[in-house]
Design a binder for this molecule. Structure first.
Ligand SMILES: Cc1ncc(COP(=O)(O)O)c(C=O)c1O
Length: 435
């Protein structure tokens, strides 16, 4: 990807900005074959559900920056909170020192999660790290109780829990972006989600024969996101809770994607009426403005660490843990959830997507259409040229970024009706042109 040739300039750029040309050859982009990928678009700003490009174009955003920007970009309430905080205290180490924003956020998160007994918040700076912390908590929970055999994690095919080593090891071992690392990662136990009689029997069999070595089960409740936007019924979570109780293993819900309204309830676990022992949160926690994640444990888990023995302490502590700017943004984001009708907005988006995307079902090459909360998915039989498909959306004035064979929308909850309609029009037109 060389920015110096005219064919590599972003489409529509008369002249790329100087910073773009000077810097592009020095960055390494995520999940990107740098040699063949289309050059990234130069962004000058973002407001609401609009991305403003450096060349003056404006795109309607269907992704909300990997579904983080739930209140839209540049929300003045979050911006003001961060501006006030930066003048006071941008960051202070969390070892031996605490501050108002982090403690207030911990208290408020626990209240948001209530009445579930999820009561002790460990902050980190990314979803993957929050998952690592959850896995370490689960293993050390058993060790602190004198059980040394329970070291493995049971996870599911189709899962995605992040890109760090521990998180990769509990993601789908074959059908994910981590296949390059197979054989290198810690060995965990992977089974199919118990969604029908056959998978339920296989799941039960693994637990019956190996529960003694299992510390925890980890699942993305209701939606396997980056693994293919696959949905499952709340009943599956009840099955997992019952099995975890029966075999006395911990249950971790990774709500980094689903938390904060995305599936229609504040947290996905609420729609199943069951509570995990540990939950991970991230992404929309700061309304998509600053990196922050949290691993929240039940009092049962925390009590296993509460001891006179220093070796029973949780041995984790990211440098930017509890960052004050990020916590201020998260507190402001929670204000917005409290003050504004976010879940109603999700319900409206859901209804609009059920109508609008359903029209795609008859287009040749469309395999499935599904909607849950503010997640809309059109799954295709196959995509021959992902780069070209992505470019066609940009040419239509929208930012929609399919992966694998999945075209999806995860818009801001504040998106305007006509903006959402334009996103869905673009999907229908592009898929029809392709058919
Ligand atoms: C369910 C889930 N867990 C973990 C992660 C990793 O989060 P991060 O990218 O912040 O490390 C993601 C990211 O997409 C996710 O969807």
């Amino acid at each position: 990807m060389s920015p110096n040739t005219s064919e590599n300039r972003p489409i529509g750029h008369a002249v790329a900005p100087a910073w773009y040309a000077a810097g592009l050859n020095h960055v390494w982009l995520p999940y990107t074959q740098m040699k063949t990928a289309s050059p990234p678009l130069a962004v000058a700003g973002a407001r609401g559900s609009r991305i403003l490009l450096a060349d003056g174009r404006e795109l309607i955003d269907g992704v909300a920056s990997w579904w983080t920007a739930c209140h839209g970009y540049n929300h003045p309430h979050i911006r003001d909170a961060v501006e006030r905080q930066i003048a006071e205290l941008p960051h202070i180490m969390f070892g031996g020192l605490v501050h108002e924003q982090a403690l207030t956020l911990a208290r408020r998160l626990v209240r948001f999660l209530a009445p579930a007994d999820l009561d002790r918040v460990f902050f980190s700076e990314s979803g993957s790290v929050a998952v690592e912390v959850a896995l370490k908590m689960a293993v050390q929970y058993w060790r602190n109780r004198g059980v040394r055999r329970r070291t493995r994690i049971l996870s599911f095919y189709g899962a995605y829990h992040g890109d760090t080593t521990g998180a990769m090891a509990v993601s789908d071992p074959h059908d994910s972006m981590h296949a390059a690392f197979s054989g290198v990662l810690p060995k965990q136990i992977t089974v199919d989600l118990p969604v029908d009689e056959q998978s339920l029997a296989a799941f039960e069999m693994v637990l019956a024969s190996r529960a003694e070595e299992i510390a925890a089960i980890i699942v993305e409740p209701l939606v396997q996101g980056a693994g293919g936007m696959r949905f499952h019924a709340p009943q599956v979570l009840r099955t997992l809770r019952a099995a975890a109780d029966r075999y006395e293993v911990l249950l971790i819900f990774d709500e980094i994607f689903t938390g904060f309204g995305r599936t229609g309830t504040q947290f996905a676990f609420q729609s199943a009426g069951v509570v995990p022992d540990i939950i991970t949160l991230g992404k929309a926690l700061t309304g998509g403005t600053l990196p922050l994640a949290a691993t929240v444990a039940s009092s049962k888990v925390f009590e296993a660490f509460w001891s006179d023995d220093p070796a029973h302490a949780l041995m984790h502590g990211p440098t930017f843990m509890g960052n004050a700017l990020a916590c201020a943004a998260a507190n402001a984001s929670l204000d917005l959830f409290e003050r504004e009708p976010r879940l109603d907005q999700v319900a409206h988006i859901s209804a609009a997507m059920r109508n609008g995307l359903e029209l795609c079902r008859s287009i040749p090459g469309v395999k499935d259409v599904r909607v849950l909360g503010a997640i809309g998915v059109v799954e295709l039989e196959r995509v021959e040229n992902l780069n070209a498909l992505r470019q066609r959306f940009i040419n239509k004035g929208v930012f929609i970024r399919p992966f694998g064979s999945v075209v999806y929308l995860t818009p801001a909850f504040t998106i305007a009706e006509d903006e959402l309609a334009k996103l869905m029009d673009a999907i229908r037109h592009v898929l029809r042109e392709d058919a």
